[in-house]
Design a protein around this ligand. Structure first.
Ligand SMILES: Cc1cc2nc3c(=O)[nH]c(=O)nc-3n(C[C@H](O)[C@H](O)[C@H](O)COP(=O)(O)O)c2cc1C
Length: 373
């Protein structure tokens, strides 16, 4: 049997026999244990022959444009392993000022027939102080990854929505010296009122507060992450705020509260669970949002495309819709850890076959390549 089928043949059936969050915790424990092995990054990258596809973006050098999306490593307990898996950058968190348990379980569901997940985790995380301690441990063990590390910032449930900016500011201050970039997450559907923070005045307040602090030589690129459920006028507002305050980029998108019509009927029980939908059924809307932001901004601000990536083609479509970098989460659950290297190999072959030196050439309206899916 070919190596690429090992996960689906042997590992996934075991993981999928467990409740989704248990499977997640088991996987994370194993990845965390692996993370502690010295030199594992070199070992695995060598073994997997991870292709280099260097990208310069937001003033940073990325070994390749495929990153880990937020929410997988909420406590940074497996930070070194993402680089070994081939990822060109990782986004850890979401982290909030205060430690919090998140919503009561069950809170993660598989929609297996459609390669999707629904979650209503509600920012379960150890809080910014403990998060900083975990990061310090990776530094002290000399296991900090060589690729850019972003930190996803959320808002604590106990912080009143009118004081949200202080929550983001606290985590930003606490974690600034570790992060290569920050993502202000105002788009998770699982914290009451959070998504109202995407509204122009509320978002301006948060962004202004963080950016006032973000001065001096240790300035960091700060991005904002948007919901796929925003209307065009609302997306245009987010874009305007991002441009006005000099944000480094926009991450599009988070999970959706909508339930798009599926090609085949899903098992009613899981698809009707409350929470944010990720994976294949999110891809179409996520790409529409990406494309809208690209067109509206005229490509003036870097976009990180995330939502529904599960193979090479869905990755290429992100670039065709204007992404400079991409991220994935749910694809990893369904396709396994080799997905990243498979995508990278595919990207390299595609670039060579089509004479593409830089994936930005795939952006809408550039150099005669197919523009959209
Ligand atoms: C269980 C779970 C937890 C998540 N937690 C976060 C989070 O804390 N912060 C965030 O910005 N996005 C979070 N996300 C959203 C992902 O980062 C990503 O935007 C979304 O899942 C779409 O990508 P995908 O289809 O590749 O999974 C989470 C997603 C899942 C499935």
């Amino acid at each position: 049997m070919k190596q690429r089928n090992l996960y689906k043949a042997f590992v996934r059936p075991v993981l999928f026999s467990l409740p989704p969050e248990v499977a997640h915790n088991v996987s994370m424990s194993m990845l965390s244990a692996l993370s502690h092995l010295p030199n594992q990054a070199f070992f695995f990258r060598d073994l997997l022959k991870v292709p280099n596809i260097p990208v310069k973006c937001m003033g940073m050098d990325f070994p390749n444009p495929v990153g880990l999306a937020a929410g997988m490593d909420k406590a940074a307990t497996a930070l070194p392993v993402w680089e070994s898996m081939g990822f060109g950058f990782s986004e850890i968190g979401g982290v909030t000022q205060h430690e919090q348990p998140g919503n009561p379980g069950p809170r993660m569901f598989r929609v297996k027939s459609h390669q999707a997940l629904i979650n209503r985790m509600g920012f379960n995380n150890p809080g910014a102080d403990a998060f900083a301690e975990q990061l310090e441990e990776w530094v002290e063990r000399s296991l900090w990854p060589a690729h850019p590390v972003g930190i996803n910032l959320g808002k604590s449930l106990i912080t009143d929505i009118s004081k949200a900016h202080f929550d983001y500011l606290y985590s930003f201050r606490k974690l600034r010296r570790y992060a290569d970039f920050f993502v202000i997450n105002v788009s998770s559907p699982n914290t009451a009122g959070l998504r109202s923070l995407q509204e122009k005045d509320a978002l301006s307040r948060i962004v202004e507060t963080v950016m006032e602090e973000n001065t001096g030589t240790d300035r960091r690129p700060v991005l904002v992450k948007v919901s796929p459920d925003l209307a065009e006028e609302e997306l245009a507002d987010v874009l305007q705020v991002s441009l006005d305050f000099g944000l480094a980029g926009i991450v599009a998108t988070n999970t959706t509260s909508e339930r798009p019509t599926l090609p085949r009927k899903p098992p009613a029980d899981s698809y009707s669970e409350k929470g944010g939908l990720s994976g294949a059924p999110l891809e179409k809307r996520s790409n529409e949002v990406l494309r809208f932001l690209y067109d509206q901004s005229g490509g003036r601000i870097p976009l990180i495309g995330v939502g529904g990536i599960h193979n090479l083609e869905s990755t290429l479509d992100k670039f065709r819709n204007g992404a400079s970098l991409v991220q994935l989460y749910t694809g990893l659950v369904y396709e396994g850890p080799m997905l990243v290297v498979r995508i990278l190999r595919g990207l390299r072959e595609y670039m060579e076959a089509n004479g593409i030196a830089d994936l930005h050439e795939l952006h809408p309206g550039r150099s005669g390549h197919p523009t959209t899916s």
